[in-house]
Design a protein around this ligand. Sequence first.
Ligand SMILES: Nc1ncnc2c1ncn2[C@@H]1O[C@H](COP(=O)(O)OP(=O)(O)OP(=O)(O)O)[C@@H](O)[C@H]1O
Ligand SMILES: [Mg+2]
Length: 361
Amino acid sequence: MTHTGESCCPNAERVLDNLSTTVLVFDAEFRLIFINQAGEVMLAHSARHTCGRLIHELVVNAETLVEHLAGAFTTQQVISKRGCQLQLPDAPDLRVNCTFTPVVEGGEVTTVQVELRQIDHQLRVEQEELLITQQEATRALVRGLAHEIKNPLGGLRGAAQLLEREITDDALKEYTRIIIGEADRLQGLMNRMLGPNNLPEMRAVNIHEVLERVRELVQAEAGDSLQILQDYDPSLPSLYADPDLLTQAILNIVRNASQALAGRGEILLRTRIRRNTNIGTRKHRLIARIEITDNGPGIEEGLRRKIFYPMVTNRSDGTGLGLSIAQALVSRHHGLIECASQPGETTFTILLPLEEMNAAQ
Ligand SMILES: Nc1ncnc2c1ncn2[C@@H]1O[C@H](COP(=O)(O)OP(=O)(O)OP(=O)(O)O)[C@@H](O)[C@H]1O
Ligand SMILES: [Mg+2]
């Protein structure tokens, strides 16, 4: 059933605020008289700051929007435009699909309702969702394989130990030692591939304490030629998380950065809060952004698309498991790790929901 009229929907404003589409309403002078929460995020200003302002004050290149607004007022027709480029004074440029709907009262258009849907945002959501699904499938495959290999490996090692006890010739014992040594190495690898199997111990965690622990560890490993800088947002609230798992995930990323810099260069650890932001298709009211940026050589595009999959490495002594484990650990907190890279600037961004106090598993 469709409800119409104000009396049927006293929470209409709340409904508009829950939309991920921006809704703006302009009067006949092209003055903003309503903006929903998605609009506040898009324009990077509150309703208090934007309502009452002319469209020219809100959008730098307002000409196209003005033309369609005027069209909707005069023709009384709904107008849709795809792929409009918007330049905003205090937010990054956007590409949006727009719909202009005239609101007619007493035969006249009193206001025009404008809906803006961000195209890049939609693409990003789809890409993230694909990434999450693909990586979950790979992780399940790898864990299954690791399980299958671990059991016979135990048998193999046990048999080699028994054999070693029976052998008296020291030269032959060397062979059994090799079997045992290699079995142990493989066992270690399989354990890493399986990842931590205890249930996470969730509690309130100050992410800055976790970052500081990682910073001290990597600094001690790398020495003074590596500079690790901090840019923390002190207003970031506590996360509900397993601190050891988060430490492991962040350590894997910061260690990679230090290795890429060969111990000489700069790493920046940055934290920020974001409102009404998606992680995959799920929209969160509040999320923490943890960025780890290094000024190393970067990751070339072909490799970058694969780095979160297990066994992908370009280091001779790497197992290629660090990032896939980090992604698995963050995903246990309903978060996601993204990567952007160009020569001289590589950033790994960890997105973690802040509001899900009891949801991690
Ligand atoms: N900050 C970075 N700069 C440049 N390349 C990176 C960076 N982080 C990761 N990489 C690339 O991604 C690959 C995969 O990283 P990952 O941590 O998964 O495995 P690894 O470091 O090779 O091995 P492991 O962590 O298991 O010892 C690395 O081999 C490296 O090529
Ligand atoms: Mg690594």
